[in-house]
Design a protein around this ligand. Structure first.
Ligand code: KG4
Ligand code: ZN
Length: 349
């Protein structure tokens, strides 16, 4: 088998949810980053797992081929593969991991599993070369919300996660209640620009709690209450006010908890990543806080906020370089299980 070195060519594959994505690196340089978003789910107002798996099966070969063409790389030149194996939709992950393993056997090259959340945690390194350890990472995606203290490429502590809905899930569910399209986050973002963020005082659950946990289900219930008090159909102005007020409540909690952790641990570098980091109010608020508090805030540009294979390649490359004795014997897993070298701290005091 070929050895994987600093200049090696890497193919990365991501299929954990409703994006089929492939990226190619030559050494540190990202040569191609191709993403196909599945439109089939929009009509159902949410991701249908079985349809996601089938769409990945239909698309993955084309996406990988497209990435190789854009990178101007022949299959025989690839030295290693990185693939998302957890967390996510199990059927979707199985498509990507089996495809990657098949290619690795065929080409006799190593394949490494990458945790999707770790992809988001380290994603700012794709662009921000000034980023250094340690930093705080706020990861806000459709399936997960967590705050982590990141010490190095292989060591981070999870300070807190969500007790119920993830931030992105809250955006998606509120958008669905308002009859807006899927994914809901960008729709709420768009409508919020025309609304009043102070029209409704929605709950900011756990904002004053000493821990770093999140909860967004109370917000969802409060929004449902407001919707029920109005006659159907809701006027556009009310929809915009609800969007702006709900978005303000979510962002307020995310910023407050992150700031609290920054002060507690004396960390001045903050990473915000995952799909919800595409939110314009979240980005604006973090930029203001950075100026006011003298913090450095790193948020990936749009193409690296939401799911992509470049972030999987970034982590996979590190693993291939530092752990050369990898085996094919890894499984896809739907849950976010902390790898053994990571710790979950409970800084409740
Ligand atoms: O990280 P991601 O692409 O996929 C998962 O790993 O889940 O995150 C998708 C989530 C969805 O819930 C989507 O509504 C949310 O990110 N999202 C946004 C925005 N763009 C995407 N949420 C708020 N505002 C946005 N502009
Ligand atoms: Zn994600």
């Amino acid at each position: 088998m070929k050895a994987f070195t600093e200049d090696s060519i890497l193919l990365a594959i991501e299929t954990s949810c409703d994006e089929t994505a492939a990226a190619v690196f030559r050494g540190e340089r990202l040569l191609a980053n191709v993403i196909s978003s599945q439109v089939v789910h929009a009509q159902y107002g949410g991701v249908v797992p079985e349809l996601a798996s089938r769409a990945h099966v239909q698309t993955i070969t084309f996406i990988v081929r497209e990435a190789l063409e854009q990178a101007d790389v022949y299959p025989a030149e690839i030295d290693g593969i990185a693939v998302t194996n957890a967390p996510g939709l199990i059927g979707a992950l199985v498509v990507g991991t089996n495809f990657a393993k098949g290619l690795a056997v065929r080409w006799n090259i190593p394949v490494v599993p990458v945790n999707h959340i770790e992809g988001h945690i380290y994603s700012p390194f794709l662009e921000h070369h000034a980023l250094e350890f340690p930093y705080l990472a706020l990861i806000v995606s459709g399936g997960h919300t967590l705050l982590a203290l990141v010490h190095s490429f292989e060591h981070y502590e999870v300070l807190g996660t969500t007790r119920d809905d993830a931030a992105g899930e809250a955006f998606d569910k509120i958008a669905k209640m308002l009859g807006l399209g899927y994914p809901g986050g960008p729709e709420i973002d768009r409508h919020a620009r025309k609304g009043n963020p102070h029209a409704y005082q929605f709950p900011r659950s756990l904002i004053h709690a000493k821990n770093f946990e999140f909860s967004f289900s109370g917000l969802k219930t409060a929004v449902r209450g407001v919707i029920q008090r109005h006659q159907d159909p809701l006027p556009e102005s009310i929809i915009c006010d609800i969007c702006a007020s709900a978005q303000e409540a979510i962002v307020d909690v995310l910023v407050a908890k992150t700031l609290k952790a920054a002060r507690k641990f004396g960390i001045a570098r903050i990473v915000v990543a995952g799909g919800v980091s595409a939110n314009s109010r979240l980005r604006e608020w973090f930029e203001q806080i950075a100026r006011k508090e003298g913090l450095q805030v790193f948020i990936p540009s749009m193409e690296y906020c939401t799911d992509n294979a470049a972030m999987i390649g970034l982590v996979g490359r590190y693993k291939l370089l530092h752990h050369p004795n990898l085996s094919l014997q890894f499984l896809a897993s739907p849950t976010f299980v902390l790898p053994q070298h990571q710790t979950a701290s409970s800084p409740a005091s």
